[in-house]
Design a protein around this ligand. Structure first.
Ligand SMILES: C[S@@+](CC[C@H](N)C(=O)[O-])C[C@H]1O[C@@H](n2cnc3c(N)ncnc32)[C@H](O)[C@@H]1O
Length: 439
């Protein structure tokens, strides 16, 4: 093949797209997870592993590139594309597709890069941490019944592990940890949540049923929010911070797609994602609203009985946050976030006269965003009381809130990465005293 011909060979689209996402992540400080939500390119989702591996080993990879002199020797090689190709070649699939010039160049430096990287410098954080966490797959009952889901899995030769109801939570966790790679089981708290061995993480991320939204890849803790809010079919719900729409979709499942869900999102881009997600997930009862939830009135959303408040938070509980900018605890940022969280929850408690129940959730493990927000809002709104999340789960639960917050801690719920095989989530459920008294 002539050199000219080799030079005209294009870099595979998937590498170019991944490099574009990486560039945005490095420049914008947005987490990769956020950027991936907006990325429709199917093959890119398969490259998620490369991006995670890069961020887990950023220091070592950048240093190896520097030491190998690859960029100095090849000034036309794009530095970001180089990072992607090096990660894929040394830490990812260990091979590169095609014969484009950048691919050939990186291949030619393989030994030098591998030596500079050194096995001892390679972290496999994502696998170390996440491999213990199973793959959670929730059935989107708007599009697929539970029976159909099990039939489909049988047709793919998955083995369903059957259990008599678990006596306690520890037995359940043990069973999850003992799952084989070709097995799955049903969660003990959420009936439409299926649990697979961690090795199937990428399989389900790339599966057609996930793309078609028959299956939602939703971690255990976030599934508990809709379950605990538990709006009956036909009720009226307000989701105050709705995008990308995972909990709205789950709530629509809980309501058997009957009733009304007002789903509010302030950010225009995320609002579009919300509209697309809920539509493709078969939600017939969602009325999306692009607005600041703090301005939403009972006239705009009449008859609201159930409210979900899932505001922006530090995200400190997320195991799979793929941001290289995963911050240390930042008191000033937490103070600002807590201020907005309190405003949001207070608005839910005061602006909707028919409200019966409110779920407040964060993916944070910090008390400032959790117990303290709950405490402040209860002080300001005496017409609500907390329900015990643990009791709602028939006491088959372990992690509650900090009991130093009297009458608060024990009623709130945490899923903790260290002991629940799930991301860190906080949930508090409030019930209107007025409505309870009226009944
Ligand atoms: C944690 S995310 C919600 C995730 C969502 N509940 C789900 O399960 O898919 C918080 C969302 O609230 C939105 N948000 C923040 N402040 C808001 C406000 N004042 N009004 C409406 N939406 C807001 C953010 O843009 C973000 O999309």
């Amino acid at each position: 093949m002539s050199t000219e011909k080799i030079h005209s060979i294009k870099v595979p689209t998937q590498y170019k797209r991944v490099a574009a996402v990486l560039k945005t992540a490095l420049e914008s400080k947005k987490s990769l997870k956020t950027l991936m939500y907006n990325e429709k390119h199917a093959r890119l989702r398969g490259m998620q592993a490369v991006l995670t591996k890069y961020f887990d080993n950023k220091g070592a990879i950048d240093e190896a590139i520097e030491k190998s002199q690859i960029l100095q020797d090849n000034p036309r090689l794009c530095p970001i594309l180089c990072k992607v190709l090096v990660t894929e070649l040394i830490l990812g699939l260990k091979k590169l597709n095609g014969e484009s010039k950048p691919v050939q160049t990186v291949r030619a430096y393989k030994d030098r890069l591998a030596e500079a990287l050194g096995v001892d410098k390679i972290k496999n954080n994502s696998e170390d941490k996440k491999d213990k966490k199973p793959r959670y797959v929730r059935i989107n009952r708007n599009l697929l019944s539970v029976d159909e889901a099990h039939e489909f899995l049988a047709s793919e030769e998955w083995r369903k592990k059957e259990y008599t109801p678990f006596e306690n939570y520890d037995d359940f966790l043990k069973a999850v940890q003992e799952l084989q790679e070709d097995e799955y089981m049903v969660d003990m708290h959420v009936d439409d949540l299926l649990i697979f061995h961690p090795k199937n993480k990428h399989y389900w991320a790339n599966h057609n049923y996930t793309r078609e939204k028959y299956f939602m890849l939703q971690d255990k803790g976030t599934c508990l929010v809709a379950e605990l809010l538990s709006p009956p079919a036909g009720s009226t719900v307000l989701d105050m911070c709705a995008a990308p729409g995972m909990k709205t979709i789950h709530v629509s499942n809980v309501m058997n797609n009957q009733g009304t869900i007002y789903s509010v999102e302030q950010n225009p881009e995320r609002y579009n994602t919300l509209c697309n997600m809920t539509k493709s997930a078969g939600c017939k009862i969602v009325q999306p609203i692009n607005a600041d939830a703090l301005t939403i009135t009972a006239e705009q959303c009449p008859g609201v009985e159930y409210i979900l408040v899932d505001p922006s938070c530090s995200g400190s509980g997320m195991q799979n946050r793929m941001s290289m900018h995963s911050e240390e605890k930042n008191p000033e940022r937490l103070r600002k976030l807590a201020g907005l969280q309190i405003k949001m929850l207070s608005h839910a408690m005061s602006a909707f006269p028919d409200v019966k129940r409110i779920a407040y959730s964060t993916c944070s493990l910090y008390e400032e965003e959790n117990e303290q927000v709950v405490q402040r809002c209860l002080e300001m709104n005496s017409s609500f009381k907390l329900l015990s999340c643990k009791k709602s789960l028939r006491n088959k639960w372990r992690n509650v809130g900090n009991q130093d917050y009297k009458k608060i801690g024990k009623n709130c719920l945490y899923t903790r990465p260290s002991s629940d095989l799930a991301d860190g989530i906080f949930i508090a459920i409030f019930e209107s005293i007025k409505i309870i008294d009226d009944e």
